[in-house]
Design a protein around this ligand. Structure first.
Ligand code: SF4
Length: 140
């Protein structure tokens, strides 16, 4: 059994404390359970507001930061696992179809993002994309 505790409040604030208390209780009740705690504020994955500033600031008009933030938002949650590979391939394919440019690691998107979304999400997306291609077959 796996038990995941998600805290949506500030780090080390009441939400963290209450979530951890619940996880301690779960561990007592199910000693063999795999327990994991995540404060979502640290993930910077669910903050993309779709403003497009990242695309506008990129000389290639790449949408990799936006797409990677949206994919990470769903792929890192347990509920997003069953469709993980298909989601990555479908979103990458649509990005290609819409004519966005390629990422050339200029980092202008990260500097322009008003929500502080990191280019680390692009690296994660590239790893997910390679895994998805291996699992589902090449989509491009
Ligand atoms: S600039 Fe940031 S918040 Fe706006 S669309 Fe791009 S990733 Fe999302």
């Amino acid at each position: 059994m796996k038990v995941l505790g998600l805290s949506f409040g500030k780090k080390k604030a009441n939400s963290d404390i209450l979530t951890k208390e619940a996880l301690y209780g779960a561990k007592e009740a199910y000693p063999d359970a795999e327990i994991k705690f995540i404060n979502t504020q640290r993930l910077t994955i669910d903050r993309c507001i779709g403003c497009g500033a990242c695309v506008a600031s990129c000389k290639n008009a790449s949408a990799m930061l936006f797409t990677s933030a949206k994919i990470a938002h769903l792929n890192l949650l347990p509920q997003g696992q069953p469709e993980r590979s298909k989601r990555v391939l479908a979103m990458m394919k649509q990005m290609e179809a819409e004519g966005f440019g390629n990422c050339t690691n200029q980092y202008e998107c990260e500097a322009a993002c008003p929500k502080g979304i990191s280019v680390d999400n692009i690296a994660r997306l590239n790893r997910d994309f390679m895994r998805a291609n291996a699992k589902e077959g090449l989509c491009f």
